[in-house]
Design a protein around this ligand. Sequence first.
Ligand code: NAD
Length: 300
Amino acid sequence: MTAKIIDGKEFAARVRAKVAQHVSRLKQDHGIIPGLAVVLVGEDPASQVYVRSKGKMTVEVGMKSVEHRLDVETSEADLLALLDQLNNDPEIHGILVQLPLPKHLNEDLIINSISPAKDVDGFHISNVGLLGTGQKSMVPCTPLGCLMMLRDHHGSISGMDAVVIGRSNIVGKPMAQLLLNDSATVTIAHSRTKDLADVVRRADIVVAAVGRPEMVPGDWIKEGATVIDVGINRLDAPEKGEGKTRLVGDVHFASCAERAGAITPVPGGVGPMTIACLLANTVTACCRANGLAEPEGLTA
Ligand code: NAD
């Protein structure tokens, strides 16, 4: 079997178009402009790139984008004061604190100081609890993007065997919870899992979120399974020229694509969906804050 390639770039463009449509309706019918505030502490180059593209795409869908770039030495008290101000700002509907934070800041304390209703990353302990009990919550962006692609491809995933490789709070655990909430039979595999190959071979759906380049070979994949590759790993690529690199996922794409029914590529799969889902979460948060109907298909 040769897998269908799930085009995350195209899918993300469709999600952003839906968000833009809803934003325009909010403006026209209610005079409301959804606002997203992104807080960056320090000058981590990768974080700066993410924050820039988040701001650009926020504006492109018609929302208000506010960026707070703080010095790497910013104290916890100052950061908490900023979050308090944003929590109380009626023009801000989503707040995102770019991770990782400098070591002197307590990440859990900071994340849990964002108002849960504005927590568009879905990392606040209240949102984790709501998701875990199958209640309406803000859902972490990367797993939400994976879920959207799975629902789009399969219609329903009820009763399917799903294996999530990785148990991080950001991807693995919320992904497993979302699959469970959609009635899949879910196994969470991790660094201590015995005979991972055997576990993966049983899966109709494999979500790999490990951070190890091409660690899942094709012969682990059940014929016809759907493979969602969350991993982003940069490898040296001397064949492209000196100092050049290339991105690969956590699955070995060529061999997995020979057996899978559908697969996401890296780059161009899960990656583009993450920011699209951040925008979707912001418009959802805005609708909830104003007691208005949420857009269809943009949340779990
Ligand atoms: P993490 O390091 O927090 O977690 C990795 C998980 O993999 C851990 O739970 C660990 O138990 C598991 N693991 C490690 N070695 C393993 C092994 N040999 N076998 C099985 N499991 C093993 O990473 P994360 O934040 O969850 O990110 C995972 C990957 O996804 C990374 O490559 C990251 O860059 C990528 N990522 C992509 C996006 C996106 O937008 N596409 C978003 C977030 C993370």
